[in-house]
Design a protein around this ligand. Structure first.
Ligand code: CP3
Length: 338
């Protein structure tokens, strides 16, 4: 929490995305009995999975176990996770009139189970580490709603964006309204920090980001400003730090495609930064992973406002020992740098 506020800390805090995930045997054991959506919808199970990595790894934050796509269903876009293929939306958005049919819903009713999970997790964490809540940014949510799943070139998304800009903005306004309200509801339920995931926004040019994504993400950051610290996550964003910062976030995510000191200088030292290690390095060899972690810590040089993390989520084939080793290393080495 102090790092989010750019206050001095004695040890660099560290956490990981998908820290609950397929690389942990206790998660796989639970997943053998329940689908991903079942876990997301049952507060007891979501609580258990949220706490698994906190027990096993020296992390300084827990991230709520949920999924970025959950708000799609109550908006009228049911989906499922298909083994080996990832998320699949049943009837993706094709025309502007599909957008008008989307519902703006009350998260305190439709996603009540997520809020209950937050309350239960906070009771069990009992102050041990802060809890990060999260949601998707309008661009990334729109890309799933339009593509129907993952995409490499975002052709459908961009066709709608360029071909029907008014419809695009109507869609993103709906997402911004829903997500702002959902994050406020998560804060009311007790999360300590919120992270907004704009995972695929790096596919846009800075000018297109400014025109098509920035105003909508900005509305979300405005809604949570002054309540709890916010983290603005994206990948492939090295050319648009000015725009990301303008959209908002007390902490700005940085992936591995840019050295963290150069990124921070562009973002501005009045914001905190998070991320930077390539998740692939956790596959080994450990020496290379630790050398790169050391390089990140040296570039940051103890400046207040750094949260150690990966540039994206932990890969399923990662050995849990490497994750443990990395977290321990960050704590030990960052103490020495200070
Ligand atoms: O980090 C955490 O453990 C918190 C839980 C979390 C999940 N999804 C659970 C999950 C978080 C923060 C997310 C966010 C999310 N979901 C994002 C943004 C972060 C990012 O990775 O960029 C996105 C794009 C999604 C949508 C989604 N959910 C995808 C693309 C997939 C991958 C499907 C695949 O087969 O690779 C998921 C599935 C998912 N959500 C898993 C987890 C732990 C995979 C594990 C499983 O299937 O059991």
């Amino acid at each position: 929490m102090r790092a989010c506020r750019r206050e001095p800390v004695d040890v660099t805090p560290v956490w990981f995305m998908r820290q609950a995930g397929r690389y942990m045997s206790e998660y796989r054991a639970l997943r053998a009995r329940h689908s991903l959506l079942e876990i997301c919808r049952a507060p007891d199970l979501a609580t258990e999975v949220t706490l698994q990595p906190v027990r096993r790894i020296e992390v300084d934050a827990a991230i709520l176990f949920s999924d970025l796509l959950l708000p799609l269903e109550p908006m009228g876009l049911p989906f499922d996770f298909v083994k080996g293929e990832g998320p699949q939306i049943e009837h993706p958005i094709e025309t502007p009139s599909d957008i008008d049919r989307l519902k703006v819903f009350e998260p305190r009713e439709a996603l009540r189970h997520v809020l209950e999970a937050i309350e239960q997790i906070q009771r069990e964490l009992n102050g041990r580490v802060p809890l990060i809540g999260f949601a998707g940014a309008p661009f990334t949510l729109a890309s799933y709603a339009i593509e129907g799943g993952h995409s490499n070139n975002f052709a459908r998304t961009k066709s709608l964006m360029y071909g029907h800009p008014e419809a695009w903005h109507r869609l993103c306004e709906k997402f911004a309204t829903v997500i702002a309200d959902y994050l406020v509801a998560q804060i009311e339920a007790g999360v300590d920090v919120v992270q907004v995931f704009d995972s695929w926004v790096g596919t846009l040019s800075p000018a297109d980001y400014r025109e098509f994504a920035l105003p909508h993400s900005h509305r979300i950051f405005q809604a949570v400003a002054g309540r709890v610290p916010s983290i603005h996550f994206g990948t492939g964003t090295a050319t648009m730090f000015d725009e990301l910062r303008e959209a908002g976030g007390d902490v700005i995510g940085v992936d591995w495609r840019v050295p963290i000191d150069e990124a921070w200088e562009q973002i501005g030292f009045d914001r905190a930064v998070q991320g930077n290690l390539d998740p692939t390095l956790l596959l080994g060899p450990p020496r290379r992973m630790l050398d790169q972690a050391e390089d990140i810590l040296e570039r940051v040089a103890g400046r207040p406002g750094h949260i150690f993390n990966l540039g994206h989520g932990i890969l399923p084939s990662t050995a849990v020992e490497n994750v443990q080793m990395l977290a321990q290393y960050v704590h030990r080495a960052s103490r020495q740098i200070r």
